[in-house]
Design a protein around this ligand. Structure first.
Ligand code: SAM
Length: 285
């Protein structure tokens, strides 16, 4: 099976699927409805219903858990006054940028970044829906570029170094091999060093995901969907936390949805705990 590091655009169709999931669960705006999303969502409806009836995991359960935890942590960072600038890398058709800009208005500056084709499509959807605001933009980026116009390093050069920043990746990490992921984390850490506060939020699946027969089938299905391998890099939270620190973060914590069960309904359902959410601070505070 191919490695997605070489052909990252193969991952892009998954954004249409997750886009349809956010819509289906009333987290999105009708402007983000796409025919591709409908096709992928309908294609997976039967296997997901089957898995649910066998008391197995569904993608929706952990997708909603990860999305709501990232939202919660981002709200907390903005409300504490530490973060005013957000770059969501690999944003796909996610409604988060639109939702946060609507809620916080000019208090924040939200940049959605994705590969050129996906970024152009997102821009078009936002414009068509009349959803773009002054504090919200979409740019083309390649999270694997070290330098040049499509790099994070270049993107942050225009931002305000007096204010804090949050970098988000959702639904990206597990499509890349370990070396690519740790290299990407080191690149992120380097790029956000000049900011007084710098936070990284992301979802990640651990190696334990492949241990249950139902989740093994599920990992295979996901790999087939992206025509490339799904990589499970770390066998424990501690191992991922160590790797994040090695990449340059001062503090790293992997949250499990179970820890948010009281606060977030999406974290109470079966299958929610198949994912973890990374919260990594670049600086000591
Ligand atoms: C599973 S989708 C996730 C979309 C969105 N974050 C969500 O959760 O709905 C993966 C996204 O990663 C983007 N992507 C893949 N490789 C990338 C890269 N090297 N740099 C930036 N984005 C990338 C794809 O275009 C796609 O939009």
């Amino acid at each position: 099976m191919e490695n997605n590091n070489d052909k990252p655009e193969q991952i892009s169709p998954t954004a249409y699927y997750t886009g349809a999931v956010w819509l289906q669960h009333h987290l999105s705006h009708p402007a983000f409805k796409t025919w591709q999303g409908r096709v992928f969502y309908n294609a997976l409806r039967l296997p997901m219903a089957l898995s649910r009836s066998l008391k197995g995991p569904t993608m929706e359960s952990f997708l909603l858990a990860r999305h709501s935890i990232i939202d919660k942590q981002l709200h907390a960072a903005i409300n504490s006054g530490k973060v005013t600038q957000i770059i969501e890398i690999a944003a796909g058709i996610s409604p988060r940028g639109w939702r946060f800009c609507k809620q916080y208005g000019s208090k924040i500056n939200y940049i959605e970044a994705d590969l050129p084709g996906m970024a152009a499509h997102k821009q078009q959807l936002l414009e068509k829906g009349g959803l773009l605001r002054d504090n919200h933009q979409v740019v083309a980026i390649n999270a694997l570029s070290d330098s040049g116009e499509d790099s994070l390093q270049h993107l942050v050069s225009s931002l305000d170094k007096q204010h804090g920043i949050a970098i988000i990746t959702e639904g990206l990490i597990n499509y890349f091999d370990t070396e690519t992921v740790t290299g990407m984390w080191a690149r992120f850490a380097q790029a956000i060093k000049p900011f007084p506060y710098a936070l990284y939020l992301s979802d990640i699946h651990l190696g334990t995901l492949g241990n249950l027969p139902a989740s093994k089938t599920f990992v295979n299905m996901l790999s087939r969907f992206v025509r490339g391998r799904v990589h499970l890099h770390f066998d424990s939270e501690a191992m991922a936390e160590i790797a994040l620190k090695k990449a340059g973060f001062h503090q790293a914590k992997l949250w499990s949805p179970r820890q948010f069960a009281d606060a977030l309904p999406a974290c109470r359902v079966r299958g929610a705990n198949l994912v973890r959410v990374i919260q990594a601070d670049l600086h000591a505070h």
